[in-house]
Design a protein around this ligand. Structure first.
Ligand code: PLP
Length: 452
């Protein structure tokens, strides 16, 4: 470690409480890496070492690091007017232009947007808007929210409750009432049957038990991200859409990871031709260059809301932030101009070839999957019988650590620490995908040696 890095580590230990990190370990051992700068899929530490960012940081740096045009868009807007309030109906040019652009891009008639500054705020906003909508319709009992086990929706109090990963519920005992979790993608909830891939049986069970007249919305990620990169069976989202229509329930798609090209479509719901009632976004809308999120809503919801004569008592200081919106506009312009989504689909194929190679070579590798550049593979003790390693082995953690030692950043997921998640910047090229696969190959070999 150079002197500057050592000093920074000491200050970090003393003054900085990190999110989603064991605080004791952090305070005692310090941060493993201090980022300094980056270019494309690579980033450099203050120690002068180059890392491959195989997760686009937190699944968000879609255009990669060091994108000059995004920085210039921010600078230009900041010099004109960095911030402007959206309260009392005030508005600003980038926010208006972005709203129009989003309406044009979003599927179906998702024509209006409520801006936030991140994913959790977007999901909390969606829950409030759903309840507000039903109360405007005179359906005051429709308050309950159904989410999926393994779903991740953020850490504000309502989003945390909707998150279906138990660790987040345990933190600080701060859940809200009226949120239910269904097992995802199951035909029969009790038997765990997965025979009919179209079936939404577990959600239906909850609706029938609680009564549709009490349910405001169903929320899900089209492809679960932090819960383990779970791609739904082909007909699943459509079946959920149908169920929501049947019972008069709003369908909220959480596109916070999936949106803006990550899965090889602008929005993941487009893979299955589904139009949600509310669609939450954040992350990729600015490629992480500025903090922005939002909720798109269907024309009929927008039309109902604008009938309300009182004040919409919800909003954030940074709702419609002009600099963030200017960055988003430039980000979308580059996505389209440079055919980044097409590149994502091409690189998905290269990544899948890499997965085939890894599966052939390493007997513990299984369940490889990718939709666009949202990908994962798993490590089982016996992949033929589906036998997991003991939790103490934490195979994915070992492989991810081995990758880190070889300067590739990936992430461990899954309750048995069996899933390795991969989500590189969408600007990645073939050679870089192959570089990632080579490092993963070496890391798995090192893991296998440890098992001997
Ligand atoms: N929804 C999904 C699907 C996410 O992956 C995340 C963050 O990872 C969130 C919501 C929360 O977003 P934020 O961390 O910006 O609040």
């Amino acid at each position: 470690q150079n002197l500057k890095t050592m000093e920074l580590i000491e200050l970090d230990k003393k003054h900085y409480i990190h999110p989603t990190t064991p605080p004791k370990v952090q305070a005692e051992q310090g941060t493993p890496l201090i980022f300094a700068d980056g270019k494309g899929v690579y980033c450099n530490s203050t120690n002068g070492e180059r890392y491959f960012d195989g997760l686009s940081m937190l699944w968000n740096v879609n255009l990669g690091h060091g994108q000059q045009e995004l920085a210039e868009a921010a600078k230009e807007q900041m010099l004109k007017m960095a911030y402007a309030s959206s309260f009392k109906g005030y508005s600003n040019e980038p926010a208006i232009q972005l709203a129009e652009k989003l309406a044009a891009l979003a599927p179906g008639d998702l024509n209006a947007v409520f801006y936030t500054s991140g994913g959790s705020e977007s999901n909390d906003t969606a829950f409030k808007l759903a309840r507000f909508y039903w109360s405007l319709k005179g359906q005051y009992k429709k308050r309950k929210i159904i989410a999926l086990e393994n779903g991740y929706h953020g850490v504000t109090v309502a989003a945390q409750t909707a998150t279906g990963i138990p660790a987040f519920h345990d933190f600080a005992d701060s859940n809200i009432a009226d949120v239910f979790h269904a097992k995802p993608h199951l035909t029969n909830c009790e038997s765990g049957d997965r025979h009919d891939p179209n079936y939404e049986g577990c959600i239906r069970d909850i609706v029938e038990k609680e009564g549709a007249e009490t349910i405001a919305a169903v929320i899900m990620e089209p492809v679960q991200g932090s819960g383990g990169v779970h791609i739904p069976p082909k007909g699943y989202l459509r079946a959920v859409r149908k169920l929501c229509d049947e019972f008069g329930i709003l369908f909220i798609a959480d596109e916070v990871i999936c949106g803006f090209g990550r899965t090889g479509e602008m929005f993941a719901v487009e893979h299955w031709d589904v139009v949600p009632d509310l669609m939450c976004f954040a992350k990729g809308v600015t490629s992480g260059y500025s903090q922005l999120g939002g909720v798109m809503m269907k024309q009929s919801i927008r039309d109902t809301i604008v009938q309300y004569e009182g004040v919409l008592s919800h909003g954030f200081t940074y709702s419609g932030h002009p600099t963030a919106c200017a960055v988003a506009l430039k980000n979308i312009e580059i996505l389209e101009r440079d055919h980044i989504i097409e590149n994502t689909s091409k690189m998905e194929q290269t990544l899948k070839e890499g997965f085939n190679y890894l599966e052939d070579k390493h007997s513990h590798v299984t369940n490889c999957r990718a939709i666009g550049l949202l990908a994962a593979f798993e490590l089982y003790e016996d992949r033929d019988t589906g036998k997991l390693f003991d939790l103490s082995v934490a195979p994915a953690t070992t492989v991810v650590d081995e990758c880190f030692d070889r300067k590739l950043i990936l992430r461990t997921l899954g309750s048995n620490r069996e899933i390795v998640a991969i989500a590189p910047p969408l600007v990645i090229n073939k050679q870089e995908v192959e570089e990632m696969i080579t490092i993963i190959d070496d890391a798995i070999t090192a893991f296998e040696k440890k098992l001997e």
